[in-house]
Design a protein around this ligand. Structure first.
Ligand code: SLL
Length: 279
């Protein structure tokens, strides 16, 4: 099968993906503390990481995301940091928060231009008392936002990638044997997967059924045979009923004829009686 073209678009389709854009910051041990890492400027009080991640269990971000650039504060060395592959993150040390430009570059098959997001690097505690107590206890300040990326009328190649079962392969990548087989038998929605075991999508039913395979060619044949048998039963009883109806109709006709004859006589008698009484 040739690869779908990267310029043809799938009309009236929109596919969305969620990503998490966030940062986490930890206090550095103070200057003079033997555990403070060497080579960090004295005025730096935090170590932080800014990142783009996929929500756990979501389809593979790599299906559509090619690379991420983080534009950090311009006093840093090489402030435009490029991550060509996961993890899409930058770790640095510093003393203050600032806005970070996040540039999302899509896979070439998508034919999409880069998109921009912003994330404020939050270093200080924030939120309600309970939240700040937690930040104090763990020594970690985290700030995360869910971002949605929408693909309107994606290219055929991107559509293929965003609908492919292989987007979940990463979930079973580390598994082996029975565990992997069990995990692969169900899709991300917990239902048995459609298609062939090699992940090829198809409307074709698998030949044989099984515990995890409720619909199969075998099952379909059995169902057709059952339906044919029941059609036969219905046909037979229809014939019987038709015969009964014909018999009943015939009896009714005979009875009417008989009754008609009697009724006519009766009416005639009554009429003559009436006449005799009037006289
Ligand atoms: C702003 N909040 O947005 C201020 C500036 C800059 C923080 C914050 C160290 C940088 C370095 C650092 O943490 N800078 O060492 O280059 O205007």
């Amino acid at each position: 099968m040739p690869a779908p073209p990267a310029n043809k678009r799938v009309k009236n389709k929109r596919i969305s993906r969620n990503i998490i854009i966030g940062s986490e910051a930890y206090n550095l041990p103070p200057v003079g503390d033997p555990t403070r890492p060497k080579g960090i400027p004295d005025d730096h009080t935090k170590r932080w990481t800014v990142y783009v991640r996929q929500p756990p269990g979501d389809p593979d971000i790599r299906a559509w995301l090619n690379k991420v650039q983080f534009k950090i504060f311009n006093t840093y060395e090489n402030p435009l940091r490029t991550c060509e592959s996961p993890p899409f993150e930058v770790t640095e040390t510093g003393w203050g928060g600032f806005n970070i430009d996040v540039r999302l570059h899509f896979q070439p098959i998508s034919g999409e231009k880069a998109q921009y997001r912003q994330h404020f690097l939050q270093l200080e505690k924030y939120g309600d008392e309970k939240m700040q107590a937690m930040q104090e206890r763990t020594g970690c300040v985290r700030s995360e936002f869910l971002e949605v990326v929408q693909f309107n009328e994606p290219t055929e190649a991107l559509f293929e990638a965003l609908t492919s079962e292989s987007q979940w392969d990463y979930l079973t990548a580390g598994m082996k044997g029975a565990k992997k087989a069990a995990a692969m038998a169900v899709g991300p929605n917990g239902r048995p997967k459609r298609g062939f075991p090699n992940g090829e999508r198809t409307a074709q039913l698998p030949e044989k059924g099984g515990e995890d395979v409720p619909f199969s060619g075998e099952g379909e044949d059995a169902l057709i045979a059952l339906i044919r048998e029941k059609i036969g039963v219905v046909q037979k009883s229809l014939e019987e009923e038709t015969k009964k109806r014909e018999e009943t109709e015939k009896r009714l006709k005979d009875l009417r004829a008989e009754l008609g004859h009697d009724a006519a006589q009766q009416a005639a008698q009554q009429a003559s009686g009436d006449r005799s009484r009037r006289r």
